[in-house]
Design a protein around this ligand. Sequence first.
Ligand code: SAM
Length: 446
Amino acid sequence: MINLPERYLEKMKGILGADFERYEATFRMPPVRGFLINTQKIKPQEFDALFPLPTEPLSYMPNGRRLLSEEKVGGDPLYAAGLYYMQDPGAMSSVAALPKITGRVLDIAAAPGGKTIATALLNPDAFIVANEVNFTRAKILMQNVERLGLKNVAITSLPPKDFAKYTPESFDLIIADLPCSGEGMFRKEEAAVAAWNENINRMNAERQREILSYTLPALKKGGLLLYSTCTYAVEEDEEIVRFLMQNDMQLLPPAERVLQITAAGVSEKGENMENARRFYPFISEGEGQFFALLQKQGEALYTTKSIPAKVSVNERKKLSAFLSKHLSQEVEVVNKQAESYYAVHPLARTLPLRYLSEGVRLGEFSGEKFLPHHNLFTAFGEVFINKEELKMGDPRLEGYLRGEEIEAKSCAEGYVAITLEGHVLGGGKCVSGKIKNHYPKGLRTR
Ligand code: SAM
């Protein structure tokens, strides 16, 4: 049993009252794991039939599953094919609270990508700018989005105040899943327990208020804010909601599907915090979470202007020649960043932002030759004309994931998408009966 600080336990007794013993009992149970099925690539029923480990569906997340096994999934080829993303069932609850979203979304603290991915999958008509101020973490976020081959996400690594400056009143939804004291993760992360002290809640609350103050000017009037933390401290949860309500934001009811799996927020005398929700492991299995959905007061005034792409007619012609030769589907909007070409969501071109990745990285020219990037395969592999199809149990599968050259059985000469049960793992180049391996070095299994 984890040794929790006395003062923390006292605070939790104050919050939970008669439920405190039920909360304490959850520390004698192992943490649970879950994942999101990548519905941009596979239907949930089809995935369930392929996935080898026992799972349980989640009532509040149509593509969410609780994993009923402790086996590691990192080396699973279905994972490598980007068919799912590991996420704690508690962490999924906040995104499940959203209504259907279209338009422009900003996830201001997005790494490693859980909330961005859940939002992108549930709302295929939304375009998401996933921002992570920490560059190292932004690269992890980018790898996750790339592995899943998401087409409606772009990545930035900017300080929150840049959004107020370059994209004022521009977003229909802002997700603020902010750094916190992590009390909801105590069962899983002993480091969070060790870091806890009397001042930590206040310090985090101050940082949360600061990030929100910098970010909120980027929200459209009438737009939504999803605020969340993985902590139970009132200072970082309901007090922040109060702060937001004092700053032109109105607390809204969450989607009904999350009511049964969460408890109402902690209210002060005469106040109603029913709409702010607390996810506790003794109500629904998963780690702790707090969330609230709010709306900015007023009516939107903005107009949308498209920023021209930086691709010359000649570049576009050469790129189109490569794409139409290899893909059975047209890639509509393309932009260039440094030397790389990206397939971009049309809404990405309405925001004057410095993107780390503007969308799907297609590749680069080396002289007259176009060299496709791994992301082209993860996002457009399903419509790649030349394919080498592998089945579960094919000995070439492990070889491919280890980065080895494999034997070609059905593909034509040239660039080829390697699929597993019809789902793309990555690319290669077929030369004289062999496939040269283009699976990225950093992802290869040993
Ligand atoms: N939303 C993410 C997900 O679902 O995978 C988890 C986000 S995590 C709780 C908070 C993130 O905020 C971290 O990635 C951290 O690097 C970032 N962060 C820390 N300090 C920040 C600051 N001052 N401004 C913006 N982001 C910050």
